[in-house]
Write a protein that binds this ligand. Structure first.
Ligand code: GLN
Length: 488
């Protein structure tokens, strides 16, 4: 029985827990064993919380026995190491926070725990979520279970690799420019980035506050819908959290796609897209059409400016957010500093990696007197134009579909010397962050044995439509069940 617990989705595990086929302790033990045997090769975890997980699982089983099972009772979850977890290390994959233990839980962590979820550990990621390949982590890169020489994408690469390798059915992630959707695409998993403001950012270490949003990586859209229902909702501790009712996302999954208007951006099928990925995505679109969706072309004239715009706005915000890591209040502190200024310089010099430093330098430059108008202000104006383009497009369509990433997983090391090429990994996803829109990536094919993701973007608070569309597509294919060899 317990042999195949790792292959079950959250929804399947919930059924088994409910009818007493197995316990949360059974699940937790099975997955901790999987992590133990596979994490050495994948490096998907920074911290494994085995003891705490088993204790939580016992508590969950006891709660169920006494009739107090919450919606996620006994179900496993892994949190990206950017979410603060009380009494457990939260490193953000940086030397700066190598020894940081938060005194409180992030709202996402707290809500899941209150619903009964059992945390297995904290996943590896790009340092401070800056990257698209998980290679900027102070704790080393994550390997893609589909091919250990390839990157799983980033920055939520540890979460994506852990879900793809069946070490956990679900993990949280954060998406500032594509960091949930792109790794989901590259690992054959489902990645959901909700509308900006839908999920609280409280306790999620800030990278670019106007773009960051928490979401999940799972193996099915039903699981993503179930988790979103728990995570979403107003939080007075996050001033950008929006007070809107949380619908029952699972209940909306079964609607037919008849009449759903799906927009296609022609430029997204240009030369920048790998030919084979293009074929897989077009097949997925044809399937949506066969299910009753109406495909139309939409024009987003300013979208080509999204990557340059993002790489002004995100570094600007990061340079401000990361100024708190000064070696005084918390974080890495350099030894033998001569004076306060020297302490700042050395602590930050030693604590941050190369990519984070590049972002901070770019950010302080675009915010500095004399350049602010030319760069930062201009980028904010272009951001508005991009958001307007989307707003106009969503008058005519319900979702916009395309490829999540321009290529399947690339080799580790292939892009590390060329930041611009790396930055282009998110070319199709960044627009949704700039406009605050929800997006989802679902598996839609394999190219040379590597997964491809179908990307759907919705209007603000259009998660139900997105999940419904993704779910109907998923019902008609078996790409979600594809499992990398050796991880069955
Ligand atoms: N790859 C993008 C970056 O490096 C996006 C990262 C993210 O979404 N956190 O900034």
């Amino acid at each position: 029985m317990s042999q195949d617990l790792h292959l079950q989705t959250l929804t399947q595990l919930a059924v088994g827990l409910g009818n007493g086929t197995f316990s949360s302790v059974d699940i937790t033990e099975a997955l901790l064993d999987r992590i133990e045997s596979h994490n050495g090769a994948l490096n998907a975890f920074i911290t494994v919380t085995a003891e705490q997980a088993l204790a939580d699982a016992q508590r969950a089983d006891a709660a169920r026995a006494s009739g107090n099972a919450g919606p996620l009772n006994g179900l496993p979850i892994v949190h990206k190491d950017i979410f603060c977890t009380r009494d457990v290390l939260t490193t953000c994959a940086s030397r700066m926070l190598e020894n940081f233990v938060s005194p409180y839980d992030a709202t996402v962590v707290r809500r899941m725990a209150e619903a009964g979820a059992v945390m297995l550990g904290k996943s590896n990621m790009d340092e401070f979520a800056m990257g698209s390949s998980n290679e900027t982590s102070y704790f080393g890169p994550v390997m893609n279970p589909w091919n250990l020489e390839c990157s799983p994408g980033g920055s939520s690469g540890g979460s994506a690799a852990a879900v793809a390798a069946r070490l956990t059915p679900a993990a949280t992630g954060t998406d500032t420019g594509g960091s949930i959707r792109q790794p989901a695409a590259l690992t054959g998993t489902v990645g959901l980035k909700p509308t900006y403001g839908r999920v609280s950012r409280y306790g999620m270490i800030a990278f670019a506050s106007s773009l960051d949003q928490a979401g999940v990586i799972t193996r099915s859209t039903t699981d993503a819908a179930m988790l979103l229902g728990v995570m979403a909702g107003f939080d007075e501790r996050d001033s950008t959290s929006i007070n809107q009712p949380v619908p029952d996302y699972v209940a909306g999954l079964d609607k037919s796609l008849k009449g759903l208007r799906v927009g296609i951006v022609r430029q997204h099928f240009d030369a920048g897209l790998d030919e084979n990925c293009g074929v897989a995505v077009k097949e997925a679109l044809a399937l949506l059409e066969a299910q009753g969706a109406i495909l139309t072309e939409v024009d987003l004239p300013n979208l080509e400016l999204s990557v340059p715009t993002y790489y002004v706005v995100a570094p600007a915000e990061c340079s401000s957010n990361l100024s708190r890591f000064d070696g005084v209040r918390f974080g890495h502190r350099a030894k033998d500093a001569e004076d306060l200024f020297d302490l700042y310089c050395r602590s930050r010099g030693e604590g941050f990696g190369a990519e984070v430093k590049r972002r901070i330098m770019t950010g302080t430059y675009v915010l500095s007197a004399g350049y602010y108008d030319a760069y930062y202000l201009k980028a904010q104006q272009v951001r508005q134009l991009i958001a307007d383009d989307f707003r106009k497009a969503f008058a005519d369509v319900d979702v916009i579909a395309g490829s999540t990433a321009p290529t399947p997983a690339f080799k580790l090391g292939a892009k590390t010397d060329d930041p611009i090429t790396m930055y282009l990994s998110d070319i199709y996803t960044i627009g949704a962050n700039l406009a605050g829109l929800p997006g989802i990536s679902v598996p839609c094919g394999l190219v040379d044995g590597l997964p491809v993701g179908l990307h759907l973007v919705g209007a603000h608070f259009g998660e139900e439509t997105l999940l419904n569309c993704a779910h109907q597509y998923e019902q008609a294919t078996d790409w979600n069940d594809a499992c990398p060899e050796g991880y069955q």
